[in-house]
Unconditional design. Structure first.
Length: 276
């Protein structure tokens, strides 16, 4: 794997995007967000792509936002004295995630290992989620004193009920693969990474039986009823975090999190709960 934030292969209509990120555990930082947005925008116009699969390198989907990278950005903003930085920056990250949701091609997340924080919000923007039996999921932003602001709180209610979502968001607990399947967070479970990729190829083969404009029409029709609410929710949480946490508070919380011995540099959850 190169220093690129992800690697792309296109074969038989399936674009496989393998995330490497900018830090340990495929932490999401550096050029990842800009390049993800650019790829999704470009995929709209590619006839050789009928479906897109997002997966992670090295047996992990992603541990979430690269806190080391983001702390540096926050401290630069503090020095520059730009009071609007946090709001503007969050909106740029939101656009990258929304580019996944808005892509007219079906997008499937192939999830191994950890899928935490920003990574779960990214997976929620996909149309379909397949996972291995060892996958685990968490939304631990409350541990940093912020509201999850990349679309998870807007898109996850379309997948799981309010009780399960509120438990995830309020507590930051980790959900294992069995419970994720039971509550509807993932579509199906598979034994390993090879099985995940076979499932993505089989899905693409099914999609190729139908005209591309029909797939786009289905996706746009399903999304239309929720789009205004999603946009309002994204605006609200970006503004809320800017007002109630701000770059100073978030920088301090992230730096404190990074000082904890168990943390590798991303938003790893602190507690877990297995499926009953």
């Amino acid at each position: 794997m190169s220093d690129a934030p992800f690697h792309i292969t296109v074969e038989d209509g399936l674009a496989l995007l393998t995330v490497a990120g900018s830090g340990t555990g495929n932490a999401l930082g550096g050029s990842f967000w800009e390049e993800l947005h650019a790829f999704m925008e470009g995929a709209r116009r590619r006839d050789d792509i009928r479906a897109i699969a997002l997966t992670g390198a090295g047996g992990t989907f992603s541990v979430g936002m690269d806190l080391r990278w983001y702390v540096v950005r926050l401290r630069r903003a503090q020095r520059s004295g730009n009071p609007a930085f946090m709001d503007e920056d969050v909106r740029s990250l939101q656009r990258a995630v929304s580019a996944v949701a808005d892509c007219p091609k079906p997008v499937v997340a192939l999830i191994e290992g950890e899928c935490t924080g920003a990574a779960l919000e990214l997976a929620a923007a996909c149309d379909i989620r397949y996972a291995t039996r060892t996958a685990r999921f968490a939304l631990p932003e409350a541990e940093l004193g912020i509201v999850a602001d990349l679309g998870g709180l807007q898109r996850l209610p379309l997948l799981i009920n309010q009780g399960h979502l509120r438990e995830l968001a309020f507590t930051g607990r980790t959900v294992d693969a069995a419970r994720a399947l039971r509550i509807g967070l993932v579509n199906d479970l598979y034994q390993d990474a090879a099985a995940l990729r076979r499932a993505a190829r089989e899905l693409t083969d099914d999609l190729r039986r139908h005209p591309a404009h029909v797939m786009e029409g289905i996706k746009r029709t399903l999304d239309l009823v929720h789009q205004d609410g999603t946009r309002r929710g994204l605006d609200h949480c970006a503004h809320w975090n800017g007002v109630h946490t701000g770059p100073d508070g978030l920088s301090e919380a992230m730096a404190a999190r990074l000082r904890r011995p168990a943390v590798s540099g991303a938003d790893t959850p602190l507690r877990s709960t297995a499926a009953p």
